[in-house]
Design a binder for this molecule. Sequence first.
Ligand SMILES: Nc1ncnc2c1ncn2[C@@H]1O[C@H](COP(=O)(O)OP(=O)(O)OP(=O)(O)O)[C@@H](O)[C@H]1O
Ligand SMILES: [Mg+2]
Length: 267
Amino acid sequence: MILLPESSDIERTVDQPVLNVKNLHKAYHGQEVLKGVEFEIRKGQVKAVLGPSGSGKSTMLRLMALLEPADQGEILLNGNIIGTSVRNGKTSHLPERVLAKQRQDIGMVFQKFNLFPHLTACRNVMLGLTSVKGVSHTAAREHAMEMLERVGLANRADHYPSELSGGQQQRVAIARALVLNPAVMLFDEPTSALDPELVGEVLDVMEKLAAEGMTMIVVTHEVRFASRVASEVSLFDGGVIVEQSPPDDFFNRPQHERTRKFLSHVH
Ligand SMILES: Nc1ncnc2c1ncn2[C@@H]1O[C@H](COP(=O)(O)OP(=O)(O)OP(=O)(O)O)[C@@H](O)[C@H]1O
Ligand SMILES: [Mg+2]
């Protein structure tokens, strides 16, 4: 359960997980990277995921975002299996057009912003609406402007990515993900590619989203952000979630030796 301010109209208690990952496996060239990941997140929760380089954090997010198929396991969004279908006990991957539709519910923000350089900030945000959802240009522009407002960039709508700082580009990328109204937002080290002085503005936007009730999974090295904003913190290592607990427990009373060792390097 999460506690929210009295005035909030966000649901106070939450039951069914928004995203539920069961026994997720993935190997590359015979090398197993995900070894049975179990993960769930409920509405309005913010989960921070920490872990050493190469442990499989990005792979886990890419699978959750349906950008790559899992070898084994299930991903459920609001209780429904996505990415695969099961018929007569046999699991098969869904065709691309179905995946494209399911992906709209999962927003993803990458370390490198991946904006189209030939499109303005506003056009970058509009693209998902016009090309994926078939929304009219006028309505898409209006909606995109609202999202840019939300990330504090309405006054940069007509700038091209090359005319924006890294922090601003990442905020555009967040607006681009938000515009499709996803059920959950996945962030893969969203501030790692930024100059230190630009990290704060991106974290501020993410903190605001969290306060608005957005369900978020954030792979990050930003321990202060994790301890302040996350409802739960996980240590991901060796292809599995090793430990998961509220920030106070995670940072001050870690249960696993592996977590203690990891934190001793971070602090
Ligand atoms: N498409 C791919 N093909 C082959 N190997 C891959 C692929 N993607 C990831 N891997 C391998 O899987 C392992 C986990 O990679 P992943 O990027 O998920 O780790 P990570 O925890 O996100 O690391 P980092 O903190 O450095 O971002 C690595 O050994 C990586 O080389
Ligand atoms: Mg990664």
